[in-house]
Design a protein around this ligand. Structure first.
Ligand SMILES: Cc1ncc(CN)c(N)n1
Length: 226
């Protein structure tokens, strides 16, 4: 088992807990109130804005152009795929980007992005940056793959387009590319640095869990639909 696989194994029980949150159970059987999903989409749009800045720290610590190109391609995936989906939902809910950008991140969201930004800023390089970024990507691939396997009826819920995005070949291919880059970055880490990296990965998996728990509650500061 390589370093990243060990980190994933360590986080699997946390990802399993994510799957058992009220929010994801509601997604799976379609019972999630739309107001909760709306709040999630808003927080996640704000999250993706801050997440993009984590790559900026990765670039600052880069040692060569190949590394910078990697961050550039990760960032374009976040922007062109994930953020585009959120913009689609916001439009459907009649919420504009101008309305959400000044909104605060809810505390669990803020704590998550602050910890990723600090890990990437204070780390020595790509290993810390990728340990912070990866639970976000990999946990969704695992969670939504399992969700479909355990609750195939999700196909008939309003949340299917959202779920499908994370279970397709495209998302899987992107996750593999991110994992490959991470494997290179985490080769031959000194023991102290490896320990720190493991802690970052686990902490971010826990932040994922807190994000799902937070999302079971609607935001109360959203503009009301006309
Ligand atoms: C909070 C969170 N975590 C993960 C993902 C999926 N990349 C996301 N969009 N938002």
């Amino acid at each position: 088992m390589n370093f990243l696989e060990e980190c994933i194994q360590d986080s699997l029980p946390i990802w399993e807990s994510c799957l058992n949150t009220k929010f994801l159970k509601g997604v799976a059987d379609g019972s999630l109130p739309e107001e909760c999903f709306k709040g999630y989409i808003v927080d996640d749009s704000l999250y993706l804005r801050e997440y993009s800045k984590v790559f900026a720290w990765g670039m600052i610590h880069s040692r060569d152009m190949a590394e910078i190109r990697n961050y550039y391609s990760l960032l374009s995936f976040v922007n062109e795929s994930e953020d585009a989906t959120r913009r689609y939902y916001l439009k459907r809910y009649g919420i504009t980007d101008e309305e959400i950008q000044p909104l605060p991140l809810r505390p669990e969201n803020r704590a998550y992005v602050d910890s990723m930004l600090a890990a990437a800023r204070d780390g020595e390089g790509a290993a810390e940056c990728m340990m912070a970024c990866l639970p976000c990507m990999l946990s969704y691939g695992w969670i939504f793959g399992e969700l479909i396997r355990r609750s195939p009826g999700v196909e008939n819920t309003p949340y299917w387009p959202f779920v499908r995005d994370y279970a397709g070949n495209r998302y899987d291919a992107i996750c593999r590319a991110w994992a490959e880059f991470t494997d290179q970055a985490c080769q031959d880490l000194a023991p102290e640095r490896a320990k720190k990296c493991r802690e970052i990965f686990r902490a971010c998996s826990l932040h994922e869990l807190h994000f799902w728990e937070m999302s079971a509650h609607p935001r109360e500061d959203l503009p009301t639909s006309p």
